[in-house]
Design a protein around this ligand. Structure first.
Ligand code: NDP
Length: 291
């Protein structure tokens, strides 16, 4: 069993600490505002009055606070105790923030593993929880069995920013899906059709469309968007235009789909109308890699 410190006892920090306790680990806690450790202390955790005290109690320190400004402030308080220890930061942030903290922690002679939690607090410890990690491989390897109790643990590489990059990319896919659902629901709502009723049609349709993704992924990876003889970009630009015209006619706002039509038109206008719609990727990708 491991000695683990959890710094940050918001909804997520509490769920992480509770799961570690449930697994029989020795758990030490600290939170900026005292008084949040009660139920965990009742289950055997020990509460410290400073972050530095909590860090020296453990082999590994898990930080999970609101954002990177907060985790930097937690590290300020713990800095004197960090040398020779391992920090696992499960706070949500950007790749650049993770890399900056990794440098800072390394300068304090500690190991750093960054993490992105793909789960809500009640999901922690369930089969549906996934946590992405990047940074110190030695830390991941040393603690992977402990960390796997929180959720499936996937290590993405030594660059500390990779967990955050993948986390935010996964969430981007999710928000794109939600945006499509919200727009579609607003369209049918304009005729009094309830979203829950419409979902009976939309759900299977979206699931079927998931089948298009492997083909798009291949085209994106190769940079060749082919000649699409079935449903090319020019046809789909006209179709998307129809959707937006109908949206206006129904009195519904077009915010969510306007950018997509702009990209379709731009790519079509540049002579790629006979290709696949995956070509819009070329308009948004990093220019230094995409040319
Ligand atoms: P909460 O809002 O419930 O808790 C925030 C925590 O951050 C509290 O412990 C708070 O301390 C602490 N905090 C805020 N500012 C500071 C600061 N300046 N210095 C020290 N501590 C500070 O958030 P969650 O626990 O839900 O989220 C924590 C992290 O987990 C976030 O990065 C979030 O994005 C991520 N996450 C959350 C998910 C969720 O569904 N909840 C899902 C996936 C990731 P205090 O009590 O003193 O205010």
């Amino acid at each position: 069993m491991a000695n683990i410190s959890v710094l940050g006892l918001g909804a997520m920090g509490q769920a992480l600490a509770a799961r570690f306790l449930q697994q029989g680990h020795s758990v030490t806690l600290w939170n900026r505002t005292p008084g949040k450790a009660g139920s965990l202390v009742a289950k055997g955790a020990r509460e410290c009055s400073s972050a530095a005290d909590a860090v020296v109690s453990s082999d590994v320190t898990v930080i999970c606070v609101l954002d990177y400004a907060a985790s930097n402030s937690v590290l300020d308080g713990a800095a004197s105790a960090l040398a020779g220890r391992a920090v696992v930061n499960l706070t949500n942030g950007t790749p650049a923030q993770a890399r900056a903290v990794a440098e800072r922690v390394a300068s304090l002679s500690a190991a750093y593993l960054d993490g992105g939690i793909m789960a809500t607090p009640p999901m922690i410890g369930s089969d549906h929880a996934l946590i992405l990690y990047s940074g110190s491989k030695a830390t991941f390897d040393a603690h992977v069995r402990t960390l796997e109790a929180l959720g499936a643990a996937t290590y993405l590489g030594a660059d500390a920013g990779l967990a955050s990059l993948h986390d935010l990319a996964l969430l981007s896919g999710m928000y794109g899906l939600f945006a499509g659902f919200f727009h579609a629901s607003a369209l049918v709502d304009s005729e009094g059709i309830r979203a829950s009723e419409f979902l009976k049609l939309l759900g299977p349709w979206m699931t079927a469309m998931m089948g298009e993704l492997p083909g798009y992924a291949e085209k994106i990876d190769s940079g060749r968007h082919g000649v699409n003889v079935v449903s090319n970009l020019a046809m789909q630009t006209a179709s998307l235009q129809n959707i937006l015209t109908a949206t206006r006619e129904q009195g519904v706002a077009t915010y969510l789909l306007d950018p997509m039509l702009e990209l379709f038109r731009k790519r079509d206008g540049a002579g790629h109308g006979n290709e696949d719609i995956s070509g819009v990727f070329e308009l948004i990708r990093l220019k230094s890699r995409g040319g």
